[in-house]
Design a protein around this ligand. Sequence first.
Ligand code: TYM
Length: 346
Amino acid sequence: MSDTAPASNLEKFTPRVFSGIQPSGGLTLGNYLGAMKRFVDMQDAGTHETVYCMVDMHAITVWQDPADLARNTRELCAGFIASGIDPERSILFNQSQVPEHAQLGWIFNCVARMGWMSRMTQWKDRAGKNQQNASLGLFAYPALMAADILVYHATHVPVGEDQKQHLELTRDIAIKFNNDFGVDFFPVTEPVIEGAATRVMSLRDSSKKMSKSDPSDASRINLTDDADAIAKKIRKAKTDPEPLPETLEGLEGRPEARNLINIYAALADQSAEAVLAEYAGAQFGQFKPALADLAVAKLAPISSEMARLMQDQPEIDRLLARGAERAREIATPILKRTNEIVGMIG
Ligand code: TYM
């Protein structure tokens, strides 16, 4: 893989944002603050076209119960809309309804190298000790992810910190394709990993990220948690006995406190410094209820809107079909040109 960042070729491309979330069940506060909320901000900024995807083909790289996958895909669509994604201003769709992802994914399977894939920390983490028994799809996962992004010639990809290595691989695939075929066809996409909450940590163990797959429900806040559950989980979140410091330096060596401050900052659209300026000297007994109130105020309207939207499944399916149509308008000519470059007769 390349060690040095190549000169950007982005200026020749339409400014376009792409990002995706797996419909593998249960959105967490980490997904909301690290991804969805930032997707909405990028949509509202109006500086880029915005394309957002439910990546069901990525979800099935590990076993998914079919009925759950279908329900989770619709629920994720409802979650996007409830969080503020406007299916008119953004393109919102489901990956498997746009076959160009799989088609470009195959070409990228032939560009990417086995060695690149085997270095991916998420592959190692998710395959665990029994790699021989993991699906081939799980190994090839990052090549499909590169296809998701590059089939739209996306220039910017907002994600949480955990996706950084996959985005570096996406850049490597774009560069290798361009070099192999002597073209400047795929953009060398920029990851956008910004803000206070690019790595929201578990409420029980600050060395682990907040995750829907953590066996402990107390470790995370789910977007579907009610006000009581949210308040209880924050009250029980692991902390230290010290009062809050005045400055960020004072949070060094205090990862639990840092995590709660970051969560507050991201929910309130403030910097961590501003939050500390307000709460310097406060004990957690005072800060935690304020954080719980803020989280409930921001999340309760999202979960009730999700529940409302989920009652009209035909409307969700209509929106997804329309989103897929719009996505294909961009993806089809890019795939066609890719096939020509590779020498595949169309
Ligand atoms: P996924 O479904 O695991 O997570 C979706 C998004 O949520 C972010 N995220 C977090 N951010 C901060 N703190 C956390 N604790 C946290 N947990 C999750 C993730 O970083 C991600 O942005 N491989 C991707 C999905 C994908 C994709 C793509 C993303 C497929 N194709 C193309 C971008 C572009 C994934 O598994 O995300």
